[in-house]
Ligand binder design. Structure first.
Ligand SMILES: [Cu+2]
Length: 231
């Protein structure tokens, strides 16, 4: 299976599904107990509140079976969710030797792209290589700018079906590009090269946002770019 795309949305749906199940159980349980154990109108509490010691669970209410259940069942669920979350991480971190490498350098507060990442260590300016072609002469990477609600943003264009490796670093603090439509993200850290692999699918043709998802200061919320997948 290819990195990113469907595999991430499957994971997203799976997490949402279990979140809803847990929510329903908690809410039903909560209402059930609120009604079942409420103090009858006009009656005082079942136990003497004067001898109640805060922080000490009334031992007569102990229920080992219930305690084990609410420890073991969520534990199994968490182990399962952790296990399925490894799949996509493995996909986006597995280096594809045939991937075309694009450089991304994060700065406060803008993104530098480079269509040819082989000299990425020196890439401190926007658009060193603004285009790249495959061996058949087809355009597979193009960098320009685009106006988004009055602001000039970098535009990265990539081709559907082409495998890409994003070679990333930062010039200042930690940032994290999040390819919104692809569902993938990775930290960029000064002095360290991090990588992401993804092959945009034909389903991902069109424009979407790339945003910073690691808080990096004043203009973090405006640190965006547009990523366009073309056919
Ligand atoms: Cu940021």
């Amino acid at each position: 299976m290819e990195a990113g795309g469907d595999i991430f949305w499957y994971l997203f749906d799976e997490f949402n599904f279990w979140a809803v199940i847990v929510l329903v159980i908690v809410v039903v349980w909560q209402f059930h107990n609120s009604l079942k154990y409420r103090s009858p109108d006009g009656k005082s509490l079942a136990y003497d509140s004067d001898v109640f010691v805060p922080g000490v669970f009334p031992e007569e209410n102990d229920n080992m079976k219930m305690e084990l259940t609410w420890t073991i069942v969520p534990f199994i669920l968490i182990v399962y969710l952790t296990y399925i979350a490894w799949g996509p991480i493995d996909e986006l971190w597995t280096a594809d030797p045939d991937a075309h490498e694009i450089g991304i350098v994060a700065n406060q507060w803008y993104w530098d792209f480079d269509c040819v990442a082989d000299d990425n260590d020196d890439n401190t300016t926007f658009g060193q290589q603004t285009e790249a072609y495959d061996e058949n002469g087809n355009l597979i990477c193009q960098i320009s700018t685009i106006d988004v609600e009055g602001q000039t943003k970098p535009l990265l264009r990539v081709k559907a079906g082409q495998s890409y490796g994003f070679i990333m670093t930062s010039n200042d603090v930690t940032h994290a590009p999040f390819f919104l439509d692809w569902g993938i993200k990775e930290d960029t850290t000064p002095g360290i090269e991090t990588r992401l692999y993804h092959t945009p699918s034909v389903d991902e043709i069109g424009s979407s946002l790339l945003m910073c998802t690691e808080y990096c200061g004043k203009d973090h919320g405006y640190m965006t770019a547009v990523v366009e997948v073309f056919a």
